[in-house]
Design a protein around this ligand. Sequence first.
Ligand SMILES: Nc1ncnc2c1ncn2[C@@H]1O[C@H](COP(=O)(O)OP(=O)(O)OP(=O)(O)O)[C@@H](O)[C@H]1O
Ligand SMILES: [Mg+2]
Length: 446
Amino acid sequence: MIRESLYVAVDVGTTKVTTLVGVTQPDGQVEVVGAGVVPSAGVAKGAVVSIPEAQEAIQASLEEAARSSGQAIRQAYATVTGTHLEFTTRVGTVRSPHYSLPITHAEVDKAIEFAHPDEGDADRQVLHMVPRTFAVDGLKGVRNPIGMHAQRLDVEALCVTASSTPIRNLVRAIEHSRVRVSGLIMAGLAAGESVLTRDEREMGVLLIEIGGGVTTIAAFQQDALVVADVLPVGGCNCTNDLSMALSTPLENAEELKLEYGDLMPDPSKSDQVAVQPFGDGASAKVERREICRYLHDRTEEILRLAYLKARSLGYATIPPAGVVITGGVACTPGIQLLARRLYSAPVRIGVPHSLPGMDEGLTDPSFASSLGALMWCARNSTLKVKKPLRLAASLPFHLGRENGHVEEPSGQLNGNGHHANRNTSRGVEVQAAVAWLKERARRVAL
Ligand SMILES: Nc1ncnc2c1ncn2[C@@H]1O[C@H](COP(=O)(O)OP(=O)(O)OP(=O)(O)O)[C@@H](O)[C@H]1O
Ligand SMILES: [Mg+2]
């Protein structure tokens, strides 16, 4: 029987820190019961670069999430991104002398365990082993071997590893708030969970998540993550370009980007925009078209780089279900059309699937990885954690299991300790947090 469980996911991004609190309903669906969204600090290109600043931002996010959910937060899952992530293909094999017994989850787990890289490399940590395909007694292309009779089971898995130093820094920054990090999730994998449809994951799709500091390219096929990579470019580069080109401080540039940015502006319109330069000089008038051109050129470059990366990962052509763009930059007006022209393929903007209790403010591409992380940990948390911070596997939907995990909601970060008002006040609180973030984001220097 499925019991109600509490899950917490912390997404420490380059521009914002998001903590989401979810509860699994009796039918297994995750209900969002609280959120804490605050501007990030001490994070660059997805990695913690100043622990004290990051600690402060993370603590504010955790406290807000605890308050809005009315739950104490004692442990949380955290997303991981950055160019230190590496992706390799690994193979594992198990042999069974009992041909008469069908393959169970235990054999699958064992095969995945055998596919793990050696423990020798202390500098790297395994985040996920994502099974891509199985072979039973040499018969390749098996999607789900459970229940089959075979003497030999082979698994081919995508191994996602992270450099230990950025992981340690991230964990330290979170655990400063006396919240234990109970698992790590690759942000791109999490985003796929929240924005892709079953059909897209099945047929083959390229997910491009463009955040503030990094862009993740992740290819999904046959319901599994096939390959991925992370590039050190994102929305902050667009803001930097504007700042330099218009000789205006970063926070003004960010404001101009959000207010006037359009990658496909109407060429017949010529608006003038006031730009406050560095120093205390008078504001200058700039053509809005010019602002849009800088943004267009940089965003186009990011999309081209993502495509080149996909090609180098083996995707010479865009997969059948096309491209899904998510992350904050996916909100830029005109990006869908620009990408469609560039890729000559179907392109859509990845807005997270709606979850029960979820506030409208969270249905935004920039929350794809936070919501995905919440969904992911609710679905995968029954998997055995062989070592602290290492999740044994990341199983596709068709290999998922019943969820029976319960986390006791008690600990250091205290909410008001009950669910009583969560259905009435939660929406307003999340909305306020998101509105506040958007307002603050205009003023936060990147
Ligand atoms: N409407 C918009 N137009 C243009 N850019 C936008 C818009 N909304 C958000 N962005 C940009 O999206 C970026 C933030 O995206 P997101 O919240 O996904 O990043 P993050 O998770 O903080 O960072 P990362 O994942 O790269 O570490 C910022 O650069 C922001 O300026
Ligand atoms: Mg992000």
